[in-house]
Design a protein around this ligand. Structure first.
Ligand SMILES: Nc1nc2c(ncn2[C@@H]2O[C@H](COP(=O)(O)O)[C@@H](O)[C@H]2O)c(=O)[nH]1
Ligand SMILES: [Zn+2]
Length: 363
């Protein structure tokens, strides 16, 4: 059962500041932390309560001037964020805290890369809102499972990114409610542009599209032009992808518990696949996967190539160094740790080292 906040979350509810002045101090302190610590998730300082997370998300909208620019009323923002909170499931990894970490990374990247001077507010609004909504109502079973098990989602979306289509549909279902519609004071044209942008960003988080999107980005990088909508669209997809898989770019003490959560969710899925006689997703199989083996290939073949390309556009990110260090850390623990797998190429072929590994299996 959820232990999170009730509908009345606001200053005044336990665990969020109780007076206007302490609310302000909380918001200012949080704001500094939120902006500055791109690679040090605020979770590292302490464990944030769900109610506090909602305040932090609200701070991001205010701080990026979205509330003023797009006339987003505080109550509507409250209601929107509360509905979003309600529609994340209480599962090990794809939960409301994952939504927050991804959003905080996006927010940090916006500041660090000074995107406010390069892109329209409306693009930034699309990116932040997409991050918040990108895994709504995730059930803990990935697309391969959805397709192999012929779930309702796979049937509804004809096996085409069933989860991501669902996350997106749930987001716009929430936005259909006037009291939750943070875009209700925008023009039809603005809403249309935002809807198109959010759909594009959320659908880009399907890892089977990883190479397609990364290759597109690489091809435009040499002539990248912020005035080109096509280029900006690809960058927005890259930024949400980077934010989505960025746990390993955070310090070990943050990354490690998240990896435990991810593996727990993976193992739940493979247990279910075994139980239902479905093809077992190799990188989720508790009999074959260890922590280091799960990460080495993922960092080397998925995360690092993506982050390096982004750093090519924004040299200030210097992610390469941080990530190389992480890879070395992981490689070290791979050697010293107890791996359940045999060494060598067999190991990497069994992890989700590459996006192809995310595809559903034929029986
Ligand atoms: N082995 C690892 N896989 C990871 C890690 N972080 C993310 N992922 C994979 O990518 C997708 C991201 O998409 P999402 O929208 O579902 O969150 C996730 O499901 C994992 O399969 C990681 O640190 N290690
Ligand atoms: Zn995600």
């Amino acid at each position: 059962m959820r232990t999170g906040p009730q509908a009345s979350w606001r200053p005044g509810v336990p665990s969020v500041p109780s007076t206007p002045s302490s609310y302000l101090v909380f918001a200012i302190q949080a704001d500094q932390c939120l902006r500055m610590c791109v690679f040090v998730c605020v979770c590292v300082c302490r464990q944030w309560e769900d109610a506090e997370i909602m305040v932090l998300l609200q701070v991001m909208y205010v701080d990026l001037d979205f509330t003023a620019t797009f006339n987003i009323e505080p109550d509507v923002l409250h209601q929107f964020l509360f509905e979003i909170y309600r529609r994340y499931n209480n599962i090990p990894f794809h939960n409301f805290k994952h939504c927050f970490c991804v959003t905080q990374m996006m927010y940090g990247l916006i500041w660090l890369t000074d995107l406010r001077s390069k892109m329209d507010s409306i693009d930034l609004l699309i990116m932040l809102t997409s991050a918040i909504c990108h895994d709504l109502d995730h059930t803990g079973y990935n697309n391969a499972y959805q397709i192999n098990a012929r779930t309702e989602l796979a049937l509804r979306y004809n096996d085409i990114s069933p989860l991501e289509n669902h996350h997106c549909a749930v987001a716009f279902e929430v936005l259909e409610r006037t009291e939750c519609n943070i875009f209700r004071n925008l023009s039809m044209d603005q809403f249309k542009r935002i809807r198109e942008g959010i759909i594009k960003c959320i659908l880009a988080t399907d890892m089977t599209r990883h190479n397609e999107i990364l290759n597109k980005f690489k091809s435009i990088l040499p002539t990248f032009d912020f005035t080109s909508k096509e280029h900006r669209d690809v960058l927005m997809m890259i930024l949400i992808k980077v934010s989505d898989i960025s746990n390993e770019a955070r310090p070990m003490e943050v990354a490690e518990p998240w990896l435990d959560c991810l593996l727990q969710e993976f193992f739940n899925q493979s247990d279910m696949e075994k139980l239902e006689g479905l093809p077992v997703t190799p990188f989720m199989d508790r009999d074959k996967v260890s922590k280091p083996s799960s990460q080495t290939g993922f960092i080397r073949f998925v995360l690092l190539p993506l982050f390096i390309e982004l750093a090519n556009l924004f040299p200030c990110l210097e992610m390469e160094k941080a990530l190389e260090r992480e890879t070395q850390n992981r490689a070290h623990s791979d050697v010293t740790g107890k791996s359940k797998e045999a060494a060598g190429s067999r190991r990497e072929s069994q992890t989700n080292a590459g996006p192809e590994a995310q595809r559903p299996h034929a029986q």
